[in-house]
Every structure is written in C-alpha cells, then in structure tokens.
Design a protein around this ligand. Structure first.
Ligand code: SF4
Length: 511
C-alpha cells in the first residue's frame, strides 16, 4: 500500500482507452465495475471530444459478483459488435476486474465474432497509463500490420499520437507540414486518426517517425523487426532538436533537406536584448521523459536558462533521464510521488519550474512561476488555438509559454530597486497576471489613492494639486516618487508638499 493523493498517470486501461478513442472503427470492451465510466469525462470534458469514447463497460455491481460476471462480459461484447459494427475490438480488464480473473481475452476468442478481437494484458497493479498506451498500440500493430510493398514516393508513418495526448493534435499537423516541406508523404498517422484497416497499411511506409516514445516505442521496434522500417530517435521539440530531426530524416532517406525557417522566431526572440534578463534563470524541469529531455535542451541551449534539476515520473524513461542528468551535471529525480517532487523543488529553490499540472500546484504553493510542458494537464492545455510543441511553430509556442509566467524585465528591475514599494515588493507577483492584491509593506504608511492628502509619519501633507501631479507618474514608479518627495520635504522642514516641492525633489534625486 502507498498513500497517494495525486497520481501522474492513470491505470493502464486508461492508456488503452486513449488508443481506442484516438482511433476510428475500433471498439474497446472493458470489464470494469460500475463507476469506471468516469474515464469518459477525460475525453468529453478535458479533451472536449464531441463523441463518447468507443468503450463499452460491463459495469458489474456487487450483486453481479454472486452470479456469472463472465456472461456479463460476453453479452457486452455481442452488444458492442451489433451496435457499433467496428472493424476490430480490443478487450481487457480494469483493476477490479483483473482481480476476479474472468479472462476477457479468452472469452472473446470463443465467441467467434467475424472481426479481429485483440486481447490486452494490462497489469494494473504494476504498470500505468503510458504503458497501457504503448502495449495496446503494440498489440494492435502486431495483430494487423504485415510487410507490404513500399509506396513509390518516400513516405513515413507518424507513430505515437493518442487521444488525451498533450498537444498531440497540433504536433501532428506541424510535423506533417514539416515532412511535406522535405518532400516526404505521411502514410499513416497512428493510433490517432487511424482505423484498424489503416494499420494494415503501416508496412507501406519507408520509415517511421516515433513522435512519442512513451506511447509507441514497442510498435516502432516491432515494425523495424517485422517490416524492416527504421524509426527516428530524435523528437523534434525545440529548434536544435528539429534541425537534428531533419538531418536524421535526410540520412534515412537520402534526401537533401530544404527547410523553410521563415516562420521560426524563437532564436531571434531569445537573442533580442529584452531576453537578456532570462540568462541564467535557475529552472527545474519535471514531466514525462520525452518532454523533459526536449525542454532541458531548449532551456539550456535556446533560452539561456540554467537547469538546476530534472526528473520524470514514468520509469520507462528513467535510464534516459538519468543519463541526461549526468551529462549536464545535475541530479535526476525519478519518482511518481509528487511530495518528493515538492521537496526537491523546495530544496533547489529554482526561479522557475517547467512541469505538469502537479508542478503548477507546487509552484503556486511555493510562489514559483511555472509553465506546463508535459501531461498530466488541465483542460486549458487542450486549447482551441493552434499550439504545437514540435517543429518551428512549436518552438515559437515554447518561447511564449515559458516567458509568460515570469516577471518581465522592467518590472523585475523595479522590484530590485524599490523593494519596499507597496506595489512592487517581493511577494507582489507579475503584474500581467493580475489577481494579486498588493500587500502594503508598511501598514502605517498611507496609500496615495486611498487616503489623498493624508499626512505621513513626519506630518507632511500633500496639497491637492501636488497629489494630482503625483498621479501622473507611471504607477510602477509612483510609490518611489512619493516616498522620495516626502523624505526631501521632511529633511528641509517643509510640511506641505506643493507641485514645486515635487519637482524640486525630482531634480534633487536626479542629480
Ligand atoms: S477499477 Fe481501477 S480505475 Fe476503476 S475505480 Fe477501481 S482502481 Fe479506479
């Protein structure tokens, strides 16, 4: 037993659902207790799909356990076939159904349905959601893909995008456009958007692009063995990685790449002088292995951040992330325990976190800005607008997303200069986020807007015209100007501040 409040990944049958929901013409019969239909909400609410996932649950109840739950499962299979007429069915058990050992795969095979029925063995107590995706997709590919003749033109498959994947929708679009620019056709995108019949055509591609190793590495390896298709090892997230990816594709296919970089803005944005204040910002990076690897490179090489720690929650990528941590001289944190992540962040005290929705909560508690780079994510990370992570537009998106939580350069400068300001103090947070009630550092000090013409500690009074003039000063320097003027007046024994006093003080401090 392990006490847990938050979990980075769902059980493996959620992974199988992500494959089934991403595909078309495939149905998933899931032996599961009543209540497991909660998973539908992940797709209809968070991903905002306009269809129910293609999943039939047996939804057995306590009273069913006394009778024949296996029969219930068989009936669900028959009903699903009759009602949805899918091209293929996958069958499996959720955590609870795994305990009653009805063997859904064996049962479905004996039913003689006229379509492929693919059983899934997903060990719910040892493995998690990403394994569920990877294994389900692998079983589908193993059952359906066969070596066939290659397409005439150079083509590839894009492997890995699923339902409920972080930015998978737009990544596929960006990558397809990039490949098109290189003169490479996309044969099949899978699982997302593919049908079981489509999977039988996988073998026609010349090579595979393994977009997300977490969800499709087993299938990519299988296709390499069985269909002789090499697969790409670089995930094109970030400018450097995208260029490396293009070079890798060129090597695999023999093409001479001509790439249109005219829309790529990250390099100039991060070179332009406004980004100077980003240099050396201490960043902690956590998420799934693939996005952490990519973000680490972008942070170090393309944004000029200092990476102070990295880690991932999916142990399938632990080796990779440990190796990367060693290369860059930091500790790797491999854990799915968010409390451990929180402790590490607290100890490292970074200026920024790049992580998942969990790290956003941690950042909120610790007062550290956070940008989201990896699943699990909230609904706002399935945005309406085009927001890929891969390719050149993806790099533009990364730049904007990572910069946004930070306090901007000028404001940061002011914060350092006027530490005691009522508006710009250490706890005030970035102004462009709003929602922060500025905390008055000196409770006894009157705030100009609220108590006009009030006297301060030294009995200095602001005359109405001077106070009006004061309000013309930009808000982010007003507090400082007010204090300076009062100090100037007090030192000279002036008790009433006029417009002249304000300007005399200004001239005095400008010297
Ligand atoms: S079967 Fe698994 S997913 Fe469903 S309620 Fe139980 S533990 Fe959760």
């Amino acid at each position: 037993m392990k006490l847990t409040v938050w979990t980075y990944e769902g059980p493996p049958h959620i992974g199988a659902m992500r494959v089934a929901t991403g595909m078309k013409g495939l149905h998933y019969v899931l032996h599961a207790p009543q209540g497991d239909t909660y998973a539908d909400l992940l797709f209809t609410m968070i991903e905002r799909r306009d269809h129910r996932p293609p999943v039939s649950y047996t939804t057995f109840q306590a009273r069913d356990l006394g009778s024949d739950t296996a029969d219930l499962f068989k009936q669900s299979c028959r009903d699903a076939y009759e009602r949805f007429k899918p091209e293929a069915i996958i069958v499996g058990a959720s955590c609870t159904a795994e305990l009653i050992q009805d063997d859904p795969g064996g049962l479905a095979e004996t039913m003689g349905l006229p379509i492929p029925v693919i059983p899934l063995e997903l060990p719910s107590y040892q493995r998690k959601e990403n394994f569920g995706c990877d294994e389900t997709f692998f079983q589908l590919v193993r059952a359906l893909a066969k070596p066939i003749e290659r397409t005439q033109r150079i083509s590839c498959n894009i492997l890995g995008p699923t339902g409920l994947g972080f930015r998978h929708r737009d990544d596929v679009q960006e990558l397809t456009a990039l490949l098109y620019d290189l003169g490479i056709e996309v044969n099949v995108v899978a699982p997302m958007g593919a049908t079981p019949t489509g999977l039988t055509r996988l073998g026609a591609a010349h090579f595979n692009v393994l977009l997300y190793p977490e969800t499709a590495e087993a299938a990519a390896r299988y296709l390499e063995r069985e269909c002789g298709q090499p697969y790409t090892k670089t995930v094109p997230i970030g400018v450097g990685a995208t260029r490396d990816f293009i070079a890798e594709v060129a090597k695999l296919t023999g093409i001479t790449p001509e790439v249109d970089e005219s829309r790529l803005r990250l390099p100039w944005w991060s070179k332009s002088v406004d980004s100077t204040y980003l240099t050396g910002k201490r960043v902690f990076i956590f998420g799934d292995g693939t996005h952490v690897r990519a973000a680490t490179r972008v942070a170090r090489e393309e944004m000029g951040f200092e990476v102070v720690g990295i880690g991932c929650y999916n142990r399938e990528m632990a080796r990779d992330i440990r190796g990367l941590a060693k290369e860059i001289g930091v500790e790797a944190l491999i854990t799915d325990d968010y409390l451990e992540v929180e402790q590490t962040i607290e100890a490292l005290a970074p200026e920024m976190i790049l992580g998942t929705q969990m790290e956003r909560h941690i950042g909120k508690r610790l007062g550290i800005p956070c940008a989201v780079i990896s699943a699990p994510v909230h609904v706002q990370d399935f945005p309406a607008r085009y927001s890929p992570q891969v390719g050149f537009e993806g790099a533009n998106v990364l730049f904007d997303t990572w910069i946004h939580p930070l306090v901007m350069g000028l404001e940061e400068h002011l914060l350092a200069m006027f530490r005691e300001d009522f508006e710009f103090h250490d706890a005030a947070g970035p102004s462009h986020h709003g929602g922060h009630a500025p905390k008055a550092i000196h409770a006894d000090e009157p705030v100009v807007e609220q108590t006009p013409a009030a006297a301060n500690d030294d009995n200095v009074i602001w005359l109405a015209p001077a106070e009006k003039e004061l309000k013309k000063i930009p808000f982010f320097v007003r507090g400082k100007a007010k204090r300076n003027t009062e100090k100037y007046a007090a030192e000279r024994g002036v008790h009433e501040i006029s417009v002249d006093t304000l300007y005399e003080a200004k001239a005095h401090y400008a010297r």
